[in-house]
Unconditional design. Structure first.
Length: 95
């Protein structure tokens, strides 16, 4: 997964800070309704996880849990000064 810098920030003085990148990534996680995806897309045949790594490789109990919270996602993006019309390009590799 990659987050690209908004085009509106053209110079180095406007570069996204590491803290802003972290908040933007957290916003993305809060914006995904994993339970609904499992119920509708996979018809309940999958299990929601809190990691891009499969549950059999990672102890899910030890990971931060990010519930679906679109309001929090919007606030986190607002806190990063991410332009409202800026898209986020995601790369997902599934093999």
């Amino acid at each position: 997964m990659a987050l690209r810098e908004p085009a509106a920030r053209a110079n180095a003085a406007q570069a996204i800070t590491p803290a802003e990148i972290k908040r933007a990534r957290q916003a993305l996680i809060y914006a995904i309704d994993r339970d609904t995806l499992v119920k509708t897309l996979w018809k309940g045949a999958a299990q929601p996880v809190n990691s891009p790594i499969t549950a059999s490789w990672v102890d899910m109990a030890e990971l931060n849990k990010y519930p679906y919270d679109p309001a929090k996602a919007r606030q986190l993006l607002k806190d990063t000064n991410w332009p409202a019309n800026q898209s986020i390009e995601l790369f997902v590799y599934y093999t």
